[in-house]
Design a protein around this ligand. Structure first.
Ligand SMILES: [Zn+2]
Length: 218
């Protein structure tokens, strides 16, 4: 896995439009400058911990194909976003920092979506299980290892989307399965996913099937 940080004005404009954020008070150069400053500090933060984070991801989710480049497009704080396109392996990121290591935890959340995408693509898991795993890996386990914070203690002060709220609930309901998995030396990811997926109702699976990028913006 190789991570590349980028700034793309068109992507910023696209998300701003989608979220109805008015950028008319800023020139293109200003927006690019703000995003580039943000990119510099996030990239630096990431580089200092990259090896550790990739090792943790590989330890929790071993054996997955990660022989690719993930491009992370950094946004200015005026256009907050946290989303990923698993097909193109692109992440859009630019939230305000909620706690120490928040940026790294949230980027790991998006990377997890990309790592386990093949299971969602093959319909082995629904969006709820996908979101639940990203939450368990990043906001729960990785955050705990970086900050010592317990699972579920204040991880986001904004309003969670329906799907994310559901994922947090599903995570809390499946902690025994998750903890057993973490303890298990032979981590069978597919089995973990299937065990959680079994506990998601059919109605919920259908409900979030068509969730699009705008639903992930929060
Ligand atoms: Zn997510």
């Amino acid at each position: 896995m190789k991570i590349e940080y980028k700034v793309d004005f068109n992507k910023i404009q696209e998300v701003a439009k989608m979220r109805q954020i008015d950028l008319n008070n800023y020139s293109k150069d200003e927006i690019i400058r703000k995003a580039t400053e943000n990119k510099k500090s996030i990239e630096k933060e990431w580089n200092e911990k990259e090896e550790e984070l990739i090792n943790i991801l590989n330890e929790i989710l071993p054996g997955l194909d990660n022989n690719y480049i993930i491009k992370i497009y950094i946004f200015p704080k005026e256009v907050p976003v946290g989303a990923c396109n698993c097909e193109t392996k692109e992440i859009l990121f630019g939230y305000k920092k909620e706690y120490k290591y928040f940026n790294l935890v949230t980027i790991c959340h998006e990377i997890t979506h990309i790592l386990i995408y093949k299971y969602r693509k093959r319909n082995i898991i629904s969006r709820i299980t996908d979101e639940t795993i990203a939450f368990l890996v990043a906001e729960c386990e990785i955050r705990k290892r970086l900050t010592g914070e317990k699972y579920f203690s204040n991880f986001f002060s904004g309003e969670l989307s329906d799907l994310h709220y559901k994922a947090v609930y599903t995570a809390s309901e499946n902690l025994t399965i998750w903890n057993d998995y973490l303890q298990d030396k032979e981590k069978n990811i597919k089995k973990l996913l299937q065990n959680i997926e079994k506990n998601v109702s059919k109605i919920e699976k259908e409900k979030y099937k068509e969730v699009k990028l705008r639903d992930f913006l929060n």
